[in-house]
Write a protein that binds this ligand. Structure first.
Ligand code: NAP
Length: 479
């Protein structure tokens, strides 16, 4: 059902995500007049706050996490906020919550920024409290389960109250500008599509590298590991966007239909096509950092690094490896996609002593958003000693190309889409389940082969076997 919500109910309103991302995003949308005047936002969590103290809480979060030049609308934004304390497990409390939300004019958008273990009781409470009708849609934060089975349980519980067209599963990478730009690059230009296949692409690399260690996420992370925390969601979504067929339209059904076909074409990974690692003490940016087991305070077999050589069993990508790697305590923070094209079929310059290097497209997602296409060019000169060619970058720094518009964080886009009801950048149930299916098979193979993470020094690019994973194919990781 199509409606723009005039009520937003935010579970986990006192949490880290709410403070750092959700409240600042909503405030920015308010300041730019992108949400309707009548939108009211109700926060809820167990903490016993009233409206005034929640507004104070929100003001402090905005002052801490929003750049000063973007806080213009803060005072009027705070007037939109109210608060109802609730333990999500306490069914008796939902009636008071419903009263606080009131009767929406058009509809209600609910955002669950809480642990997934609370999703089932929350859905039950919302249903009992009359907060799950046709004019209500729900947004869910990751992680959606820890395996296919638990993901299905969550999805089933949600589906009992919210049909798929009112369920919005967040993968915040899809809210990032460069990720959406990947679609523009591929499908708004004639240049790439004819070359975007196994005949012209040698391989693809996707890297999500973090310099941080466990931060405050100790118990969550140790139960998850890099494969489930990063590959299952963000990296497979990036892979799907790189590899999908052209959708007929830019709409939720067309795009998600194409993504899920890619996810279902992922081949089971052979045991020697994955590498796992766990960091030991080392240094990042010249500063000493402890090892994972020291940060955790105990021994653990959880992987903080994973590299995978993935394949898609379809016509377009036959024989093209997709190398994925992600890890904590790596030398730099970067998320990027590298599309490595093949050599020219015949070099007319070989007889003149010149080497050609295959073209490469690098899509930088963070920290900087930019797109670089490396091309071969002739080095200027009279060429008396032969022709010299050199790789030169064709660089599009997004920040320079589009200096005017505000740089928006992913949650601004996603919260606005949730309020307005556009599912294009949200993950459909069949996608999540195809992702888990593939991830579960990798984990099962690790268990059956007794795979334990190899150690790597914090500040390095992971265990040496991750380098061997590509080098044996004659491929270097892009660093
Ligand atoms: P958090 O800081 O631990 O916050 C959890 C929130 O849930 C708090 O507002 C907490 O408030 C509330 N809560 C806990 N138990 C509750 C209960 N029984 N009933 C009602 N409310 C309850 O977690 P977070 O970092 O904000 O993350 C929220 C969700 O987003 C998690 O699923 C997380 O995995 C996901 N996520 C977070 C990030 C991030 O950057 N933080 C990124 C991606 C995904 P009270 O204790 O006052 O109840």
């Amino acid at each position: 059902m199509s409606f723009t919500a005039d009520r937003l109910l935010l579970f986990g309103a006192t949490g880290d995500l709410a403070q750092r991302m959700l409240l600042p995003s909503l405030c920015a949308l308010h300041a730019d007049k992108l949400v309707a005047e009548d939108l009211r936002i109700v926060g809820t969590a167990r903490q016993p706050l009233d409206d005034a103290s929640f507004r104070n809480f929100a003001r402090e979060a905005l002052e801490k996490f929003m750049p000063a030049d973007r806080r213009g609308g803060m005072a009027t934004f705070l007037n939109r906020l109210s608060y109802q304390p609730l333990d999500a497990n306490d069914m008796a409390g939902y009636e008071a919550l419903a009263q606080k939300v009131g009767t929406p004019g058009h509809g209600l958008a609910i955002f669950l920024s809480t642990a997934p273990s609370l999703f089932e009781p929350t859905i039950a409470g919302l249903t009992a409290g009359g907060l799950a009708g046709e004019n209500v849609r729900i947004g869910l934060e990751k992680p959606l389960g820890t395996c296919l089975e638990s993901s299905r349980e969550i999805n089933d519980a949600v589906a009992r109250a919210f049909p798929e067209d009112r369920t919005f599963r967040i993968d915040h990478y899809l809210g990032k500008e460069t990720v959406q730009n990947l679609l523009a690059l591929r499908f708004a230009n004639i240049l790439f599509e004819p070359l975007w296949n196994a005949a012209h692409i040698d391989h693809v690399q996707i890297t999500v590298a973090e310099t941080v260690g466990l931060e405050g996420r100790v118990s969550f992370y140790d139960g998850a590991g890099a494969l489930r925390d990063m590959v299952q969601n963000h990296m497979l979504q990036l892979l799907a966007l790189v590899a999908m067929e052209p959708p007929a339209n830019y709409d939720a059904t067309a795009i998600r239909d194409e993504k899920v076909k890619v996810l279902r074409a992922l081949r089971l990974v052979a045991p020697d096509e994955t590498v796992t690692g766990q960091y030991r003490a080392g240094a990042i940016g010249g500063q000493p950092v402890p090892g994972y087991d020291e940060e955790l305070g105990q021994d653990s077999d959880t992987e903080t690094f994973v590299a995978i050589k993935a394949h898609l069993d379809n016509w377009r990508w036959k024989g093209v490896p997709f190398y994925l790697r992600t890890g904590k305590r790596l030398p730099e923070r970067k998320t990027e996609i590298v599309v490595q094209f093949r050599h020219v079929p015949h070099s007319i310059f070989a007889g003149k002593g010149a080497l050609t290097v295959p073209n490469r497209l690098v899509i930088g997602i963070q920290p900087e958003e930019n797109i670089t296409l490396s091309l071969m060019a002739k080095v200027p000169g009279l060429d008396r000693e032969g022709i010299r060619l050199r790789e030169v970058p064709l660089d599009i720094a997004m920040a320079d190309a589009f200096a005017g518009p505000n740089k928006r964080i992913a949650y601004e886009r996603l919260l606005l889409d949730l309020i307005e009801g556009d599912q294009t950048l949200f993950v459909r149930r069949d996608e999540v389940e195809a992702q888990w299916d593939w991830i579960d098979a990798i984990r099962a193979s690790w268990t059956s082969h007794g795979v334990r993470p190899k150690t790597y020094t914090a500040g390095s690019w992971g265990p040496s076997s991750a380098i061997a994973l590509t080098e044996r194919d004659g491929v270097h990781w892009h660093e």
